[in-house]
Design a protein around this ligand. Sequence first.
Ligand code: CA
Length: 232
Amino acid sequence: MSLGRILLVEDDVAIVRYLRTVLGHAGYELELAEDGASALSAAAARPPDLVLLDLGLPDMDGQQVLEGLREWTRIPVVVLSARDQERAKVAALDAGADDYLTKPFSTGELMARLRVALRHSPRPGDERGADPAELRVGGLRVELPARRVDVDGREVRLTPIEFRLLVLLMRHPGRVLTHKILLDEVWGPDAVDEPHYVRVHMANLRRKIEVDPSQPRYLLTEQGVGYRFADG
Ligand code: CA
């Protein structure tokens, strides 16, 4: 049984060969597009379960492919970027990419990211609008209507900003949320672009909900990019 169909958008022959081998062995079905235009038409002709998208393509920027996809679909997109493409990677996350891998990446890391992204893949008839009134991960429990947060059975008091940050991250487990996304969602689109705000509130939030804030179980830092809520 196939674990899912992945559309790989990549022009680097060596990476294509490597991914074909490891993804095939792992049980994924792979479709290849070597440039942006064929990626967009392949995705439209037969929507895959996930898109693995290289940012540097021969005919267009990977970012344009992502924007083209996001006009009509929420299919998970995991971006492949080079080490010197930090800005492009953050821009891709802001434009709706689900996650990223920086080349060179390990097979273990690739598999883990794919599993998480596929778990969040929309299923037919899945509205995602049905927000549960309670969010629960490990010993962390959030009752949304009462705005109550418990950690290992003990209630903790959060400020309204901390509460909004926590709920936003918990609703996207395993997904990287950039500083910009967090600022837009928590402070509003008119907020000043100050990643520092996010860091200060995140530090306070960690002190309240993490047993050891220097070794967080829930709120993980993506260096220079943003934050990720631990997935399981
Ligand atoms: Ca490339």
